[in-house]
Ligand binder design. Structure first.
Ligand code: 6PG
Length: 234
């Protein structure tokens, strides 16, 4: 695990965008596939990407997927796609086929299957495993990542590419990328800012694998990068 620590949340977001642009520039294939997480943390990064880095970004090379989505319509305030559309996608030049939304409004079981089939059909695979060029993850205060919550660690090792999950408190259903495709991604990056993430970050540092986020951090095929601000390291 490689920590990249910055003084503020904004500096962290800028550092991450610049790192992603470097990954894209060195990428051999024409298309660079990115699976995005939702929640609140990425919004600042998306805003800065759309405003200060849009001219430096080869948008035509990018194709966006989602790590997870809440089972709500895209217009719902809870929608990860909706948040990303507001802060990024609506502000940059992307063709429709470059944005692969998870249909939160679909029947969850059907959507997990549909979206997994879509990802399998579009990504290059290694030994049958679709490989994202980049999976951008957050980490919940309870140690979850994607929508793999502590009470569903079976999703870390399931054969399914995407699964139906449920938030343990709100019972909100989610479509979640599972452990294996995350672990096999070419690049896995955690974006964590704010003091609330400090316990999770310390778990990472101490090599604990309790909790899905820490498990991913220590089982990914390639070295996981963590982009965090100083509030996270205390
Ligand atoms: C989601 C996210 C989830 C998120 C963490 C952190 O759908 O909520 O994909 O995995 O990354 O919950 O969320 P915050 O950024 O809001 O702390």
């Amino acid at each position: 695990m490689k920590p990249n620590i910055f003084p503020t949340a904004e500096a962290t977001a800028r550092g991450l965008i610049e790192h992603i642009l470097r990954l894209v520039s060195f990428h051999q294939r024409p298309t660079f596939t990115i699976a995005l997480s939702g929640g609140s943390t990425p919004a600042l990064m998306f805003d800065l990407w759309a405003s200060d880095y849009a001219d430096q970004t080869p948008w035509e090379r990018l194709r966006f997927y989602w790590v997870d989505e809440r089972c709500v319509p895209p217009t719902d305030a809870e929608s990860n796609y909706g948040m990303t559309h507001r802060h990024l996608l609506s502000r940059v030049p992307l063709a429709e086929e470059q944005v692969r939304r998870i249909w939160g409004e679909n029947t969850p079981e059907e959507e997990a299957e549909r979206y997994a089939a879509l990802v399998r059909s579009e990504l290059h695979a290694v030994e049958g495993m679709p490989i994202f060029d980049l999976v951008l993850l957050g980490a919940g205060d309870d140690g979850h990542t994607s929508s793999i919550f502590p009470d569903r660690e079976d999703l870390l090792t399931t054969d399914s590419l995407y699964a139906v999950a449920e938030h343990p408190v709100t019972r909100q259903q989610r479509i979640a990328l599972t452990g294996a495709p995350i672990i096999h991604a070419q690049n896995v990056i955690f974006l964590m800012t704010g003091a609330a993430k400090a316990p999770i970050y310390n778990d990472f540092l101490q090599g604990h694998t309790n909790g899905p986020a820490a498990y991913i951090a220590h089982h990914a095929l390639y070295e996981v990068e963590v982009f965090a601000d100083e509030a996270v390291i205390g």
